[in-house]
Design a protein around this ligand. Structure first.
Ligand SMILES: *Cc1c(COP(=O)(O)O)cnc(C)c1O
Length: 405
């Protein structure tokens, strides 16, 4: 399918280019020592991850350990309530550990094993990426160092406990604001010291090349499965596909399956409390071009041009930029990016729980909220939502902040 001047028949093979660029976005903006390590990962990715041995081992792990393929469910009662549009969800909430993140963590950790590395290193904010990576490290018998801000460690006690039970080393970062940004810096520092024995595992389709490509490719299993399942269930393609966008990995995985189809694609960003800077984390909707964390993309900046403080009710969406491929698809117009507020999100959280018996993650509830709005506008057709994760991790927060409705 041709879109703009891009041929989507060959898109996934041609983007990013050899330097990691999606148009002007992406690339690798890191110190020399780290560039050597990234080049080693890129090299290993193209030789090891494309080998039939790696591919078949990852397939077996997905089936036997992760529980893939995850199903697609038809939302019969919610669809009926909203009108004539049929809603479906891809159930990444049923993936082992309760979200899509394990899809790329298992891939990254399997690559580490093939490369002969003994350790995986990462940062985590809310702890979801740390838990997924600690799970993968335990499965493969790798050491696991997770860097986490001291403030986040206090806020996310259950995830810290999970990581420790899984055998990971949680390393407290006490610089600056003691949250995600400082944790990223500390993890990169550690990696530049240890890259001979360790591999850095990023948590989304962000960071320097090859991570945005590699994480997309590992996550594309979501979109590939969902497309096949949807056609088998209904005999046709969905009219629209919807996913929430933080860094953008669950969305890119889903979108990868449908970019070459006549399907409307929507990425949903968190509007939080409103459009004022500091009240939301909708980087593609309100941001501008800039470099952070080693890549060029669209980001939210403060008055000095540094990454701005951001806010969302969903801690997994609380990031001042998004992956470079989203910035590219945004400019191209192939994917439409829009926002939903905290309030709309919490309504959708309860709606899906009560109407369908599925408690969604607050992140995923953004996609559900947007699909519900879209369903009210469309006269007919179908919408496939990527339900990136389950809401068990959010229940205490919801009860405390919103109570039972
Ligand atoms: C981390 C997380 C997200 C956001 O990350 P993306 O890279 O944007 O997918 C979304 N949903 C859930 C359940 C998460 O844990």
């Amino acid at each position: 399918m041709q879109y703009g001047n891009i041929d989507f028949d060959t898109y996934l093979k041609n983007y990013p280019d050899g330097e990691g660029y999606f148009g002007k976005y992406g690339g690798s903006f890191i110190p020399k020592e780290l560039q050597e390590a990234m080049d080693e990962i890129t090299q290993a990715y193209f030789t090891i991850c494309k080998s039939s041995k790696f591919v078949s081992e990852l397939r077996r792990i997905r089936k036997e350990f992760q529980g893939r393929p995850t199903p697609v469910s038809y939302l019969e009662r919610l669809s009926g309530k909203l009108g004539n549009v049929q809603l479906y969800v891809k159930r990444e909430d049923l993936n082992h550990t309760g979200a899509h993140k394990l899809n790329h963590c298992m891939g990254e950790a399997l690559l580490a094993k093939y490369m002969g590395k003994k350790k995986v290193i990462a940062e985590t904010g809310a702890g979801q990426h740390g838990v997924a990576l600690a799970t993968a490290a335990a499965y493969f018998g790798l050491a696991c160092d997770i860097y986490m801000g001291a403030v986040d460690i206090k806020k996310q006690a259950p995830n810290v406990a999970r990581m420790k039970i899984l055998g990971a080393n949680v390393i407290e970062v006490t610089d600056g604001l003691q949250t995600l940004k400082e944790a990223v810096d500390a993890a990169f520092m550690a990696y530049s010291r240890e890259y001979k024995d360790a591999i850095y595992c990023i948590g989304s389709v962000v960071g320097p090349h090859p991570f945005p490509m590699m994480v997309r490719d590992f996550q594309s299993v979501v979109g590939i499965e969902a497309r096949e399942q949807f056609i088998e269930m209904t005999g046709e393609l969905p009219d629209a596909v919807v996913a929430c966008v933080g860094g953008g990995s669950n969305a890119m995985g889903m979108f990868a399956g449908f970019l070459n189809d006549p399907v409307e694609i929507y990425g949903v960003e968190p509007l939080g409390r409103g459009p004022a800077l500091g009240d939301h984390a909708a980087s593609l909707s309100y941001g501008s071009e800039g470099v952070m964390h080693g890549f060029n993309s669209i980001m939210l900046k403060d008055e000095n041009g540094d990454p701005a403080p951001v806010y969302s009710v969903a801690s997994g969406l609380d990031y001042p930029s998004s992956g470079p491929e989203h910035a590219f698809l945004h400019d191209l117009g192939r994917v439409k990016y829009d926002v939903v507020s905290d309030d709309e999100t919490i309504d959708a959280f309860f709606e899906l729980s009560r109407m369908e018996g599925i408690i969604p993650a607050i992140e995923s509830s953004h996609a559900v909220a947007y699909a519900m709005k879209l369903a009210r506008q469309m006269e007919k057709g179908s919408i496939l939502i990527n339900l990136s994760g389950r809401g068990d991790k959010d229940m205490d927060y919801i009860i405390e902040k919103y109570g039972i409705r």
